[in-house]
Design a protein around this ligand. Structure first.
Ligand code: GH3
Ligand code: MG
Ligand code: MG
Ligand code: MG
Ligand code: MG
Length: 310
């Protein structure tokens, strides 16, 4: 059994108090070629309630990892086989999706100039090895919360709480790439509320906002956990349904439409939407599949609205 860490228990209790309702524990990525050092960091972090993942050969494993996971913080060794931590930080900082992820360097490098150079490529802190467990935990604890809060702000639509336009379009590009790599199916649904101007006119803008929030909630509730909902703008939503055949995607949207009909936001306010559902084709760019879904959505409008066209 590892020795209990001074301070770790206190931090852990604090986390339990403040994060009892937080579903996802903070995930720390450790990039370190010395396995014993990496394991020491990992067990220190895990004792304090964090999740830790170790990559000891970043040239082989880092990009795949980052394509499939967004860590809450990266602990980065400076000297690794065939690449430096500084070079890796430079690459990581070019990824828009990782902009809010703190990078903490850990190294026995004593030269202030070398330390500064590493920090200038996008580091948030520099800890000297051998690092004390308390110092590691404090450096991590103080940064993960803000990192995740910033990420949530940047990706969330403030009115509805679903993904915003930027994030849902980024996810679409990601899912298309995944589909092309693994040959998996992806469906997208372009959702536009019907005669929404009338809802604003009759019930007022605040009620209109409530309808938009209601629609986001119903879409999120009726769809599977692997499906993503984003607000493109106004009263338009984009739903991503990875690894879903067309029939199943349409059925999910029909289910959402039924839910809205059965549980309207207020007894006096009912609304419907028109949907275009499109599937990925080989070589699709995001705009290609979006255009097809948009075209189908307009067919639903011209056919009299309150319809799902594929
Ligand atoms: P259609 O069935 O053809 O889609 O008719 P529509 O009235 O929904 O047409 P359109 O998409 O052109 O109108 C969208 C309206 O949504 C226009 C705008 O005033 C309103 N709107 C856009 N953003 C918001 C918002 O954040 N809150 C509210 N309440 N209204 C918004
Ligand atoms: Mg090293
Ligand atoms: Mg519209
Ligand atoms: Mg509309
Ligand atoms: Mg449109």
């Amino acid at each position: 059994h590892p020795m209990p860490i001074r301070g770790a228990q206190v931090l852990h209790e604090l986390k339990v108090l403040t994060e009892r309702y937080e579903a996802d524990p903070y995930n720390i990525l450790i990039i370190e070629d010395q396995v014993s050092v990496a394991s020491f960091y990992a067990s220190t972090l895990e004792q304090a309630g964090f999740q830790a993942n170790i990559i000891s050969d970043p040239m082989a494993d880092l990009m795949t990892y980052l394509n499939n996971n967004t860590p809450d913080l990266i602990l980065l060794d400076l000297y690794l086989p065939s690449v430096t931590g500084q070079e890796l930080a430079g690459i990581i900082r070019q990824q828009e999706s990782l902009i809010s992820v703190p990078i903490v360097f850990l190294s026995s490098e004593m030269s202030p100039q070398k330390q500064m150079q590493a920090m200038c490529t996008g580091g948030d802190a520099f800890l000297a090895k051998p690092v004390q467990p308390e110092d590691l935990l404090v450096a991590v604890e103080s940064r993960v919360r803000r990192g995740r809060a910033v990420r949530n702000l940047v990706t969330t639509d403030p009115l509805t709480g679903v993904f915003n336009r930027r994030e849902v379009l980024r996810r679409l590009a990601e899912e298309l790439k995944r589909g092309q790599r693994f040959g998996s199916e992806l469906c997208i649904a372009m959702v536009d509320l019907d005669h929404f101007k009338k809802i604003n006119d009759v019930f007022g803008h605040a009620a209109g906002d409530q309808v938009i929030r209601h629609c986001a909630m119903m879409l999120s509730q009726q769809l599977q956990d692997s499906d993503l909902v984003g607000r493109l703008g106004g009263e338009e939503f984009l739903v991503l349904l990875p690894e879903t055949p067309l029939e199943a995607a349409c059925a999910a949207l029909h289910q959402a439409a039924r839910g809205i009909a059965q549980q309207p936001p207020l007894p006096t306010i009912s609304y419907t939407f028109s949907v275009g559902v499109a599937c990925n084709h080989p070589g699709d760019k995001p705009q290609d599949i979006l255009n097809r879904a948009d075209e189908l959505m307009y067919q639903a409008k011209h056919g009299g609205r309150n319809a799902i066209v594929s």
